[in-house]
Design a binder for this molecule. Structure first.
Ligand code: PXP
Length: 237
């Protein structure tokens, strides 16, 4: 299973002072040296953390892969086509939310996503849709030529009992298997941490996990390099 690091929260700390430190681009380079398989950033409409300068510099400097999380809006699609990340992950976006809440509803917005995927494909960018572990949503993602899905693991991460967590992991397992059968790549993320990640080693159909908050929080105490290495040990064994 591959492991990509979301560095949005480094930019959140930088922006708290409106200055230049800590620099998310430097953090990405350190994380690459520690062994991550890719760097993830979410360029939000309100630019609350990552900005265009970060995305363009990352594009120039990183040597793994760039996964640009984005809403399917004209402005951000245009930037994505110009920058050329290896992967564009389409997520829902609300101004008031603290973090991405839930997956996108592909079925209800089929034409919007179909057109967005086509535009991104024309720019030779692969596309992933961030969705709940729901078979109908996966079928819709496949119908409109998405290359990947990213399964939202928030319900699993926030489960209040072991039983609830087990049930949600089963849903994720079934969803991942179904997506794989349709030929989709399968990523997963949201709320994954040093405690709950281990069970994902037993979900063979997940190709990649995308983790942000837990690692940046740990990095405050041990540094990015060790925080990444500890997570890699849990993911890759
Ligand atoms: N994947 C997607 C699509 C996300 O929106 C986020 C949150 O930015 C993550 C993964 C990472 O979530 P977390 O920060 O909880 O690890």
């Amino acid at each position: 299973m591959r492991f990509t690091l979301n560095i949005d929260h480094i930019a959140t700390i930088r922006n708290a002072r409106g200055e230049t430190q800590p620099d998310p681009v430097t953090a990405a380079l350190v994380a690459e040296q520690a062994g991550v398989d890719g760097i993830v950033v979410h360029l939000r409409e309100d630019r609350r953390h990552i900005n265009e300068r970060d995305v363009r510099l990352l594009r120039e400097l990183i040597t793994t892969k760039l996964d640009l999380e984005m809403a399917a809006t004209d402005e951000i699609i245009k930037i994505a086509c110009d920058v050329g990340p290896e992967l564009a992950t389409i997520v829902p976006e609300k101004r008031q939310e603290l973090t991405t809440e839930g997956g996108v509803n592909v079925i209800d917005n089929i034409n919007l996503f179909k057109n967005s995927i086509k535009t991104l494909h024309d720019a030779e960018i692969e596309v992933s849709l961030f969705i709940e572990p729901d078979i109908d949503q996966i079928d819709a993602a496949s119908e409109i030529n998405s290359d990947y899905i990213e399964i939202h693991t928030g319900v699993f991460a926030n489960a209040l009992s072991e039983e609830e967590q087990f049930d949600e992991l089963e849903r994720i397992r079934i969803a991942a298997k179904h997506a794989k059968k349709l030929g989709l790549g399968v990523n997963a993320g949201h709320g994954l941490n040093y405690q709950n990640i281990k069970v994902f080693r037993e979900v063979p159909d997940i190709d990649e996990v995308s983790i942000g908050h837990a690692i940046i929080a740990r990095a405050v105490f041990v540094g990015i390099k060790d925080a990444v290495k500890e997570m890699m040990g849990l993911i890759k064994g």
